[in-house]
Design a protein around this ligand. Structure first.
Ligand code: F6P
Length: 362
């Protein structure tokens, strides 16, 4: 008799568009390949469901009608992670043993974990603890090592671009400087791509610390040539040159003592002072992660889901599905978790931005 394959689905960390498309891709492909010889468990709220053994048993119908839905039908959560060492609860106790208890109790063959950069790293710890793991790369930040892109990224670019597009007319009518703060604490992919797509005049990303005087120069140059408004696409993790050398503790203290909630507000105030021009801030925030996935992300998430199902069938565990040079492939979790994919400062898109005169703050 053919053996039953038992798989648990986990969506972990910040949500993004395309999670449900990926869940659907995995589920449909598994039922196609294994028919009645597969059991799928949907763990509720990310790792929380795995820790508490809180799940729903998913049949073929659960994977229908969710392709275009935003968020994740399973829910998600963030879990404290001690880099390279452990996943812990609020008291600092390891939660990995509890995950393993659930894994054994459900007699699982594999966990399929969909997550961002942090989740890839924590998933490796779960695999190291003896559980079979396959991961899918999802995040609007596009900062996962070993894949050219992640699902969620293109949808977020669409939204962020739309926001900056809309800001243009009001900035122009009022002759204002506008700082539009886009998501990305550590990596500038989203801000750079949305900034280029929306014609921002200045793009500030965490990887390139900015000198406010360079911004003032560009704003003045624009003003002198009759362009009385300026649009700045600013990543939430953008950092001023003078703050670049602060260690984590010092920058935390600086943030706590600051008069402004985020870098964008501080920058807008500084620019008002230095240029004498009115400045405003727009923060689309989690709007960038919401709503239906764009067609590209629907396709990519479906491809990733089907590829993950194939890895399950072939018992190829300890791997992350990826896309490299247009081909769907997979890499080891060791590699995926080895580092964060920051925006390389010699990336061709950075050159394009510079080539067309966008100021990157340096
Ligand atoms: O990792 C995705 C992301 O949206 C980042 O761009 C952002 O900094 C962070 O999550 C926000 O996290 P939260 O949803 O926990 O506020």
């Amino acid at each position: 008799m053919k053996k039953m394959t038992r798989v648990a689905l986990v969506t972990s960390g910040g949500d993004c568009q395309g999670l449900n498309a990926a869940i659907r891709g995995v589920g449909k492909a598994l039922f196609e390949k294994l028919g009645e010889h597969v059991e799928i468990y949907g763990m509720y709220d990310g790792y929380r469901g795995l820790i508490d053994c809180d799940y729903k048993f998913m049949g073929p119908k659960d994977f229908s009608g969710i392709l275009t839905e935003g968020g994740t039908i399973l829910g998600t959560s963030r879990q404290d992670y001690i880099p390279g060492k452990d996943i812990v609860d609020e008291e600092g106790n390891s939660v990995i043993p509890k995950m393993k208890t659930t894994y054994n109790r459900l007699n699982l063959d594999c966990l399929i974990i969909m997550g961002g950069n942090g989740t890839q790293k924590s998933a490796k710890l779960i695999a190291d603890a003896g559980m079979n793991v396959i991961t899918l790369p999802k995040t609007i930040d596009n900062d996962i090592w070993g894949t050219d892109t992640t699902f969620g990224f293109q949808s977020a670019i669409d939204i962020a671009t739309n926001v900056v597009d809309y800001i243009h007319s009001t900035a122009s009518s009022h002759s204002r400087i506008f700082v539009v703060e886009l998501m990305g604490r550590d990596a500038g992919w989203l801000t750079l791509y949305a900034g280029i797509a929306s014609g921002a005049d200045i793009i500030l990303i965490p990887e390139i610390p900015y000198d406010v005087n360079k911004l003032v120069e560009l704003i003045q140059k624009r003003y002198d040539s009759g362009r009385t408004f300026t649009i700045i696409a600013c990543a939430e993790g953008a950092v001023a040159k003078e703050d670049e050398k602060l260690d984590e503790e010092a920058s935390r203290k600086k943030r706590e003592n600051a008069n402004h909630p985020t870098v964008s507000y501080a920058l807008a105030a500084e620019l008002e002072e230095l240029t004498g021009q009115e400045a405003r801030v727009a923060v689309p925030g989690h709007y960038q992660r919401g709503g239906p996935p764009c067609p590209y992300d629907r396709v990519l998430a479906t491809q990733f889901g089907a590829a993950a199902a194939e890895l399950v069938v072939n018992k190829q565990y300890g791997r992350m599905v990826a896309i490299q040079d247009g081909e769907i492939t997979s890499i080891t979790l060791d590699e995926a978790a080895s580092q964060t994919k920051f925006m390389p400062i010699d990336h061709p898109m950075i050159k394009v931005a510079r080539d067309i005169g966008i100021c990157l703050g340096d």
